[in-house]
Design a protein around this ligand. Structure first.
Ligand SMILES: Nc1ncnc2c1ncn2[C@@H]1O[C@H](COP(=O)(O)OP(=O)(O)OP(=O)(O)O)[C@@H](O)[C@H]1O
Length: 245
C-alpha cells in the first residue's frame, strides 16, 4: 500500500507572528524508518508537524519529500495537496468527530483521491489491525475510551493510504498501558504497510521503544540527533529532560 517515502528538512525557521518557535531545524526520515521527534511540552514538535502539513508557513528553510523517487518541495502546498501526496497527520488530541460512528470517522479518512476507490478494502485492513474498532463500528466515537479513540485516529489516517505518516503525541491523555499498546500498533502498521513514520512524543521511553533513531527538540532547536534508539536511551540530555536526573 505504502510505496517509498522520505522527508528532508533543512534550516527550518517558523513561528507565530513575533513568536519564534523553530530555529534552524534540520532532520531526515529515510524510507521505512520510524523516527522519533522528542521534546517536552511547548518545544515546537507540533509546529514542526504543522509546517510539514502546510498548516504553518515557515519563514525560512526547506521541507522536501521524496515519494516513489520524485522529490517535491512541500512549502507553498496547501494541506489538502499535501494529503493528496500521501503525507498524512494523526493530530495531537485526535480531532475526531465525536457524534459520528467509528465507521463514519474511518470513511472520512478516505477522501484522498488515491484512497477513495479502495476504501472498503482499507476498512477491512483497519478492522483486521484493530478488531475492537470492528466490534464498535456503529458506536459514537465520542463515547469510546481514550485508547480506543487513539486507535480510531490512527485507523482514520491509514484509510488515506499514507506513504509518510506523521503522528503527533499519540500518548497524550492515555494511561501507561494504553500508551504502550498504541506504540505497538504504530510499529505494527509501520511493519505491515512499510510506512515511513515521524512521531512527535514527550514520552521518551515509549517512543524510543519503537523508533529506529531520533532527535531531541529543546526550545525549538535540535539539541541532539541520535543515530540509534540505543544511543537515545543512553544519552544524558535525554535522561535529564525526561527523568530530571
Ligand atoms: N497558533 C499559535 N499561536 C501562537 N503561538 C503558538 C501557536 N501554536 C503554538 N504556539 C506556541 O509555540 C510554541 C511551541 O508549541 P508547539 O505546540 O509546537 O509545541 P509542542 O512541543 O508540540 O508542545 P505540546 O506538546 O504542548 O503541543 C509554544 O510556546 C506555543 O505556545
Amino acid at each position: 500500500m505504502a510505496g517509498s517515502a522520505s522527508l528532508t528538512i533543512t534550516g527550518l525557521h517558523a513561528g507565530y507572528g513575533a513568536v519564534r518557535v523553530l530555529e534552524d531545524v534540520g532532520l531526515t526520515v529515510a524510507p521505512g524508518e520510524t523516527v522519533a521527534l522528542l521534546g517536552t511540552n511547548g518545544n515546537g514538535k507540533s509546529t514542526l508537524m504543522h509546517c510539514v502539513m502546510g498548516l504553518v508557513r515557515p519563514s525560512q528553510g526547506s521541507i522536501r519529500a521524496t515519494l516513489d523517487g520524485q522529490e517535491i518541495d512541500l512549502i507553498g502546498h496547501s494541506p489538502e495537496e499535501i494529503v493528496e501526496l500521501g503525507i498524512v497527520l494523526v493530530p495531537e488530541g485526535r480531532r475526531l468527530f465525536p457524534l459520528l460512528s467509528v465507521e463514519e470517522n474511518l470513511l472520512l479518512g478516505a477522501w484522498r483521491a488515491a484512497a477513495r476507490p479502495k476504501r472498503l478494502a482499507n476498512l477491512e485492513f483497519c478492522y483486521d489491525c484493530f478488531p475492537r474498532l470492528k466490534e464498535r463500528r456503529r458506536q459514537a466515537t465520542g463515547t469510546m475510551s481514550g485508547g480506543e479513540q487513539q486507535m480510531v485516529a490512527l485507523a482514520r489516517a491509514i484509510m488515506a493510504e499514507p506513504r509518510l505518516l506523521l503522528v503527533d503525541e499519540p500518548s497524550v491523555g492515555l494511561a501507561p498501558l494504553l500508551v504502550a499498546r498504541t506504540m505497538d500498533k504504530i510499529a505494527e502498521l509501520q511493519r505491515r504497510l512499510g510506512l515511513t513514520v515521524l512521531m512527535a512524543e514527550q514520552n521518551f521511553p515509549q517512543a524510543v521503544r519503537i523508533a529506529d533513531r531520533g532527535y531531541v527538540l529543546v526550545h525549538g532547536r535540535i539539541e541532539y540527533a541520535a543515530a540509534s534508539a540505543a544511543e537515545l536511551n543512553e544519552n544524558q540530555l535525554v535522561r535529564n529532560l525526561y527523568f530530571g536526573s
